[in-house]
Design a protein around this ligand. Structure first.
Ligand SMILES: [Zn+2]
Length: 85
């Protein structure tokens, strides 16, 4: 029998492991766009960041999503993510 562990994911900014409910999922859609996945059901590749203003600020600053998705997102994409949160 598998143990019923809580689902843990790693924040792309601080690399700490947290329960899924303490993280925000950002999904990369098949068209290459990224969006904040508020439902946790958006398809595509996802990455996680702490639901913490400090981690979010750092994510914009270091462009952590570029690294996470190996894509060079522009300022406008980060602005949009910031507005969605
Ligand atoms: Zn974090």
């Amino acid at each position: 029998m598998k143990k019923n562990n809580p689902i843990e994911r790693t924040c792309v900014v601080c690399r700490s492991k947290k329960d899924k409910s303490d993280l925000i999922r950002i999904a990369k859609l098949s068209n290459g766009d990224i969006c904040v996945d508020k439902t946790g059901r958006t398809g595509g590749r996802g990455c996680y960041v702490c639901a913490d203003p400090l981690c979010l600020e750092k994510m914009y600053k270091v462009r952590a999503l570029n690294r996470a998705f190996k894509t060079n997102f522009g300022e406008d994409v980060y602005d949009r993510i910031r507005n969605e949160l």
